[in-house]
Design a protein around this ligand. Structure first.
Ligand code: EPS
Length: 356
């Protein structure tokens, strides 16, 4: 089976490959009456796009989004919203040399084992190109959440390789390609990435995220818990290797007397739960953290096999991200927005209450 849809009352489906003619998505169940323009969607797309700095892949896609359906006279109609973007800068010949080679650490291996056939051009469906559509749909969800619930969602770079970063001033994360609020540390990050790129290697990253003003009561115990569905959404992003909610794995070191979030005079005194208790939102900020592995398309030779099973040495040339985690930041935000909006609609459908 293939599975390209998520969400229940707000359903998102994406299609398309990195080097196909077009990528696209359908967002079904979106409420009528919200104004939206392609330019607003593009504002989010630019944040994720390649070629915006020297630290990401130099593929230059315009990412001009066309709203094909579900919007009439600039307003959502309640019908499926279909969005498409043409691929205009795919350079498939970059992949001829590795057409029959399996890059170690890449979907090349597992997709080939599963399907027996693979679109080797840019990784086909396994490419991060697909995440463009998540950010496009996420732009609509973010706007709806802000207008209807004042919900804001912000993600930031918390770690690049072994460099740990504090949140700093989160209102400034869009001022550098790193999505960091520690603006004065950007030169250090530039230097680190320049050296990494020169070495031909790649590195992982940690992205932290926070959603504020999320109402209490979202989440569907026991198999549709809000944290479970957020974790699933994050794990579906390319290169994710770990997700933590609230205190996450740090909870292992904590005593119950520390971990529990005491309620003093009607207010939570801390937020180790990450805004979710027993799979249901508490009204506190929802906080999570996502680990991205280092990308596998490297200029450094690696031992592997070809599609005939022969031992080979693989070298990947072309335009690749030395740290795909950096531009995963807007993808994390988009996935959080889509999951939270879906849960608001599910909560309303079950209880008849908007919990505003
Ligand atoms: C990617 C490899 C590069 C990236 C691509 C993701 O593509 P190509 O090899 O075709 O130049 O540019 O990312 C995007 C195009 C995008 O929009 O995110 C990969 O191997 O996943």
């Amino acid at each position: 089976m293939s599975h390209n849809t998520f969400g229940k009352n707000l359903r998102f489906t994406s299609f398309g490959e990195s080097h196909g003619s077009t990528i696209g998505c359908v967002l079904d169940g979106f409420p009528p009456g919200m104004a939206i323009t392609p330019e607003e969607i593009k504002q989010q797309l630019i944040r994720r796009a390649t070629g915006q700095s020297r630290h990401t892949s130099q593929r230059k896609e315009q990412d001009d989004v066309q709203i094909v359906s579900g919007v009439f006279e600039g307003v959502t109609t309640g019908h499926p919203i279909a969005l498409i973007i043409e691929n205009t800068d795919a350079r498939s010949k970059d992949y001829t040399a590795i057409a029959k080679q399996i890059r170690p650490g890449h979907a090349d291996f597992s997709y080939w084992k599963k399907y027996g056939v693979r679109d080797y051009r840019g990784g086909g469906r396994s490419s991060a190109r697909e995440t463009t559509m998540r950010v496009a749909a996420g732009a609509l969800a973010r706007k709806w959440l802000l207008e209807n619930y004042r919900i804001t969602i912000t993600a930031w770079l918390a770690q690049l390789g072994d460099i740990k970063l504090a949140p700093g001033d989160l209102s400034r994360i869009d001022e550098s390609p790193f999505f960091t609020g520690e603006i004065d540390r950007v030169p250090e990050l530039d230097q680190y990435m320049d050296a990494l790129r020169k070495s031909g290697d790649s590195v992982g990253a940690r992205i932290n995220a926070c959603a504020s003003h999320v109402p209490a009561g979202l989440g569907e115990p026991v198999y549709g818990k809000l944290d479970a569905e957020l974790a699933l959404a994050m794990m579906s992003i390319n290169a994710t290797k770990g997700v933590e909610i609230g205190a996450g794995f740090e909870s292992v070191n904590q005593n119950g007397s520390v971990h529990r979030d005491e309620i003093i005079a009607g207010e939570f005194a801390s937020n180790h739960a990450g805004g979710i208790l027993a799979g249901v939102s508490t009204g506190q900020d929802i906080t999570l953290s996502v680990a991205f592995k280092p990308t596998s398309s490297l200029r450094i030779p690696g031992q592997s096999i070809d599609t005939e099973g022969r031992a080979i040495e693989v070298v990947t040339k072309g335009r690749h991200d030395p740290c795909v985690g950096i531009r995963a930041t807007p993808i994390v935000e988009a996935m959080m927005a889509l999951v939270i909006m879906d849960h608001i609609m599910r909560h309303q459908a079950q209880t008849g209450s908007s919990n505003k």
